[in-house]
Design a binder for this molecule. Structure first.
Ligand code: GDP
Ligand code: MN
Length: 386
């Protein structure tokens, strides 16, 4: 579960990390009132569970309460990635002298948390790692001994952080690890950690992801889950008992069973990656899916404007392929999709299923016998080649 910036920074502050502590507004008027209370320059920041808000125009500085109201009005309701902004954080604005990156995440390969730091803060750390790998410093933390003083020194040194900031940096690094460990986080990230106009280190942005499997022992964190900003399609899916996770690719996938769904995603990646094509979503319609559920799933998949083709991969066990095929035709007549749909049916009543699809005689419904063929056809369809 991801926490909002304001929630993450509140946890940081509890662990001794300095951060601007503004307030959340749901309306432009509330933003104006908060700015008036702060009585100085403010920054109005979209609270959505995705990065890159700055680039998308979701972070704006305002010099007066009236301007804060105006900025909030332009940000609330705007879409960032596939999410609608429902609220903004109004923080006292900072002067930025330097932007640093500091984060902690799990390194599964090593089996330990790793502290990641870079003097190239403010931008995507993945991008820094790609373009300037030497600028990314990694320090593994032994969970038994915790973050050691010499490790903090080593990171500060490798970052070329001026010595006058080492003490403050140590406090922040320790605080971040304590915050990460105490909350069973899988990510605790400050990007950017800035040196401000008063020569102080301050966490300007914050991001925490909490391990869902540990939420049972953090009821106060579980209560922070924000259902309003969840992708609408994901909420509809949950109601229909469909597991759906939106991704950034072009091939919408409808599959029964989580393992098969992941295999299907891997296959689209295998044949599409070199063309920049990949899965648009994870979707598991579950066992015994009936026609109406298939129609719902197709609707959910097609609500994503990035989807250029759909790959339906059904292994009929409890789920009967003829049921799925009927659901497909029903969904097709209801949704009238313009994108090509590749279908692979295998298992219980597969033959009947294929016959139903064929006799419907719909040119954009393409049958495939194997998963390889299905994935290749879905990639070709997404490219516009079919
Ligand atoms: P993100 O784009 O979602 O990571 O949002 P951030 O909170 O990191 O903000 C994006 C960028 O906006 C930062 O890297 C800063 O350059 C800028 N920014 C954010 N807050 C302030 C502020 O208080 N003052 C100034 N001058 N710039 C800010
Ligand atoms: Mn940021």
């Amino acid at each position: 579960m991801d926490l909002h910036e304001h929630q993450s920074k509140a946890l940081f502050v509890k662990h001794g990390i300095p951060a601007p502590m503004g307030e959340v507004a749901h309306t432009p008027e509330e933003a104006e009132a908060i700015a008036a209370k702060i009585n100085g320059k403010v920054v109005v920041k979209a609270q959505v569970l995705t990065g890159g808000r700055g680039k998308a125009g979701g972070v704006k500085v305002a010099s007066s309460p009236a301007e804060a109201k105006e900025k909030a009005d332009s940000i609330i309701g705007m879409p960032i990635k596939h999410l609608t902004v429902h609220k903004v954080l109004v923080d006292p604005a900072s002067t930025i002298v330097k932007e640093i990156y500091l984060g902690i995440t799990n390194d599964r390969k090593v089996g330990k948390p790793v502290m990641i730091a870079s003097s190239e803060g403010g931008m995507d750390i993945e991008q820094v790692a790609k373009e300037n790998p030497d600028a990314v410093i990694r320090e593994h933390i032994d969970p038994v001994y915790g973050l050691q003083g010499y490790q903090i020194t080593s990171v500060a040194n490798a970052m070329n952080l001026p010595k006058e900031h080492w003490k403050a940096f140590g406090q922040i690094a320790r605080g971040l690890y304590a915050c990460y460990a105490a909350n069973d986080a899988t990510l605790a990230e400050i990007n950017p950690l800035i040196i401000n106009g008063d020569n102080q280190l301050v966490a300007l942005d914050g991001k925490m992801s909490i391990d869902d499997n540990a939420l049972f022992r953090h009821p106060e964190l579980a209560a922070m889950r924000d259902l309003t900003v969840e992708a609408e399609a994901e909420a509809i899916a949950r109601e229909a008992d469909i597991s759906y996770v939106k991704l950034d690719g072009q091939i919408g996938c409808m599959v029964n069973g989580a393992g098969l769904a992941m295999t299907t995603m891997d296959m689209t990646q295998l044949y599409g990656a070199d063309k920049g094509i990949g899965p648009a979503n994870f979707l598991d319609i579950g066992g015994g899916a009936k026609a109406d559920k298939v129609a719902k799933a197709l609707n959910i998949i097609l609500s994503d404007p990035n989807v250029k083709s759909v790959l339906i991969n059904i292994f009929g066990g409890i789920t009967r392929c003829d049921e799925v095929a009927r659901g497909m035709i029903e969904a097709y007549n209801e949704v009238k999709p313009v994108v090509p749909i590749v279908i692979r049916l295998q298992g219980t009543n597969a033959k009947e299923g294929r016959e139903i699809i064929q006799s419907a005689n719909i040119p954009t419904l393409i049958a495939a016998a194997t998963l390889t063929e299905a994935a290749q056809k879905a990639v070709a369809a997404a490219e516009g080649a079919l």
